[in-house]
Ligand binder design. Structure first.
Ligand SMILES: Nc1ncnc2c1ncn2[C@@H]1O[C@H](COP(=O)(O)OP(=O)(O)OP(=O)(O)O)[C@@H](O)[C@H]1O
Length: 700
């Protein structure tokens, strides 16, 4: 029933307006439709462009100790563009090709949906008109269109997942390159060490590299189809709709939808911030668990279960509290969102679909019941798809916020690594570090010069938190002149090796040292890698490196025989046996394997940090003799006097910031030590006699 035609203009001007409008309607339609397209594009652009971020709420601190500043703002786009350059390195890259394929499929799918909407209307119209042949023909078209439709959907999901994997691979490769360094990495490397020891920004790089990068990649791959496709859909469906119901209806619909959408956007909680905080809290929980697994034996012997439980529960409670808060916000937001997107917009749509049924639009011819039904069904389908697409644009803002959260995590990782490589650290310093002479010293930088011998000239020993252990240290080690380093606990003996190994920054003076490949460190608890028994002896060499240097398994067996460990090859199931060697070998055996590693590599210098503390004295002598026989110069930290005789120089820290560097006469020093011990024993004897005498004389 065309109600519109029943209205009679009450005066001439209205009649004139209606006639003019009818004449110019095609132009008005075109203007309104183009205006609509521009409007959708500009609102989408504004929706995606930077907006001022809300300040982080009080008490919401990231697990890494900083309030996460996460929002869809300029910082986010700047971070994202940096990461995009990594994950899509060029227009000819595999990722760019996948994106082009993805976009083409998205357009193809929208075209199919438009065709299906029209077909749906035709099927219902043939039912209303009672045309069985037409109905059958349309059903066959329906079945035929299902073939490309299903094919496209499967391809879309396949390519999206491939994109996620490709992004993840690029990002992981880039991060690993920075984290573990290139092959020719100089002293700028060792980022994996510096990140956790010299900088406070990253608490759990493992979680960031394995979990956060994966989530970021999945979100980034999804966000493209979640945003690009709906925007395209909104434009195409609405264009088609404006042809069917008139652009005027579309204008009204747009005003209604945009007003409610603005309200919805205003009410959207900061999901990006929540995501970053969740990832950070989950990382802390994981870190606490992995520490427990790593130190299980120590905790078990100390009976620390209750304390560990408390620590894990505290981390878990923090995570759950946050997740529950997010869940509650998601719940009410879900209600509002569905109410507006599904129900309110649904009603707007029905009203728009009813326009051509109740009103005869100027410039259109009258249609029968079948035609009206066909128009209604097609328009309704278009509207449902369009509102669904617009809903997805709205939802994608939530996705975009979450992506902002993961982008922030990945960026912090990349930025911290870049800073650490440049020697810029962010670490809480001791109070004294900020004042006077200490502050001046911490601003300085020393030099490293490659040399045959080791020589420190006026080098300060400073811990990563700015504690100055020794203001200016000078000593040298010439090839063949073994150095013994002694001093009280915590005075900086091992720190010296950290400076030598390029792990700690040099704040002054000059360090002369041979390249890192000419050093090997044996700590008290040697590192055993994942891999075979052979890998433990030749670490960090690979089997290929071993073949290159013409070493065979028999040579390795001979080396193991020196440290009385040759029996383990048979006991453990051969050279190719792979297990968790950290648990399979005893403390002393681990030290012997580390010594075997030293004998395999035969470096110029060996740094021994309490490296014989767990082996019997006779074995200790054997190992030291063999090392000197191989021409290895030793830098030894040890509290055992039995090792003195192997060294010709001594560096003695006094624990107060001072030190003595001099020749070591082991015999004289031992004699003095014995004399000192004898005097101490005599003194003790005198004290005991004195106290016994005093006690009895008072008692009498
Ligand atoms: N990664 C680090 N961050 C901050 N301070 C550190 C770090 N590593 C070591 N330190 C500090 O540096 C100081 C010297 O440590 P170092 O390991 O050199 O002592 P040491 O003389 O070898 O002692 P010990 O004989 O007990 O092994 C200690 O106070 C220690 O707390």
């Amino acid at each position: 029933m065309a109600v519109f035609s029943k209205f009679r203009p009450s005066d001439a001007s209205l009649a004139h307006f209606t006639t003019t409008y009818a004449i110019h309607r095609p132009l008005i339609q075109r203007c309104l439709t183009s205006g609509f397209v521009l409007y959708v594009l500009s609102t989408t652009y504004r929706g995606l462009s930077a907006r001022p971020s809300k300040p982080a709420r009080k008490g919401h601190k990231g697990g890494d100790g900083k309030a996460p500043r996460v929002a869809v703002d300029a910082v986010f786009y700047q971070r994202l563009s940096t990461i995009l350059r990594i994950v899509i390195p060029g227009l000819r890259s595999k990722e760019a090709l996948l994106l082009v394929m993805h976009s083409s499929l998205l357009i193809f799918r929208t075209a199919i949906s438009l065709y299906v909407a029209a077909l749906d209307g035709k099927i219902v119209a043939s039912l209303v008109r009672k045309e069985p042949l037409q109905f059958l023909y349309n059903i066959i078209r329906w079945l035929l269109v299902a073939i490309p439709a299903t094919w496209t959907n499967s391809w879309l999901s396949y390519i999206q997942n491939k994109l996620a994997i490709a992004y993840r691979t690029r990002l992981t490769q880039e991060v690993m390159k920075q984290y573990l360094g290139d092959e020719e990495e100089g002293p700028d490397g060792k980022v994996y060490y510096k990140l956790s020891n010299l900088d406070d920004r990253i608490k759990n790089p493992d979680q960031m590299i394995t979990v956060d990068i994966q989530r970021f990649s999945t979100h980034l791959a999804a966000i493209y189809s979640n945003m690009a496709k709906p925007v395209l859909d909104v434009i195409l469906y609405n264009y088609q709709l404006s042809q069917n119901v008139g652009a005027e209806g579309l204008l009204l619909l747009t005003i209604g939808v945009q007003t409610s959408a603005a309200l919805l956007r205003y009410m959207t909680p900061p999901f990006g911030q929540y995501t970053a905080l969740s990832a950070s809290l989950a990382g802390s929980l994981r870190h606490t668990h992995s520490r427990l697994a790593e130190f299980a034996e120590e905790v078990a012997f100390l009976g620390g279960e209750e304390t560990e439980k408390m620590l894990v529960e505290r981390e878990y409670a923090g995570l759950v509290l946050h997740e529950n808060t997010v869940l509650r916000r998601r719940w009410w937001f879900g209600c509002v969102e569905e109410g507006i997107i599904k129900w309110l917009w649904g009603s707007f749509g029905l009203v728009v679909c009813a326009i051509p049924v109740f009103f005869k639009l100027p410039g259109t011819s009258s249609i029968d019941l079948g035609g009206r039904t066909e128009g209604f069904v097609t328009n309704r389908r278009l509207l449902l798809s369009s509102s669904d697409a617009f809903g997805r644009v709205m939802y994608s803002y939530k996705d975009l916020s979450e992506l902002a959260g993961y982008t922030a995590r990945v960026s912090v990782l990349l930025d911290s690594m870049a800073d650490v490589r440049k020697g810029k650290f962010e670490k809480a310093l001791v109070n004294s570090a900020g004042t006077g002479e200490s502050a001046k010293l911490l601003k300085g930088r020393g030099r490293v010069i490659e040399s045959e011998e080791i020589r420190f000239e006026n080098v300060p020993i400073v811990t990563p938190n700015g504690d100055i252990l020794v203001k200016s240290l000078s000593f040298y080690v010439k090839p063949g002149e073994h150095l013994l380093i002694v001093g009280p606990n915590g005075c900086g003996k091992s720190s010296l090796f950290r400076i030598l190994g390029g792990l700690w920054p040099i704040y002054g003076g000059t360090v002369y040292q041979p390249p890192a490949s000419e050093f090997i460190l044996i700590p008290q608890r040697p590192y055993l890698s994942l891999g075979t028994l052979r890998d433990q002896v030749i670490y960090p060499h690979s089997r290929k490196d071993m073949t290159t240097r013409n070493a065979t398994d028999d040579d390795l067996l001979e080396i193991l025989a020196v440290v009385h460990m040759d029996h383990v090859v048979e006991r453990e199931g051969g050279w190719d046996a792979a297990k968790e060697w950290r648990d399979a070998l005893s403390g002393g055996d681990k030290q012997k394997i580390a010594w075997a590693r030293l004998f395999y590599h035969k470096p110029k210098y060996a740094v021994l940090d309490e490296a014989t503390s767990l082996v019997p004295p006779d074995m200790e002598g054997l190992m030291m003799d063999h090392a000197t026989k191989l021409g290895i110069t030793l830098l030894t930290v040890s509290h055992r006097p039995s090792l003195w005789k192997y060294h010709s120089m001594i560096l003695h820290y006094d624990g107060q910031g001072g030190y003595v560097f001099t020749k070591l006469d082991a015999e004289k020093r031992l004699a003095l030590q014995e004399e000192k011990q004898a005097l101490e024993a005599k003194l003790l004897d005198v004290y005991v006699h004195f106290f016994v005498f005093e006690f009895f004389s008072r008692a009498m």
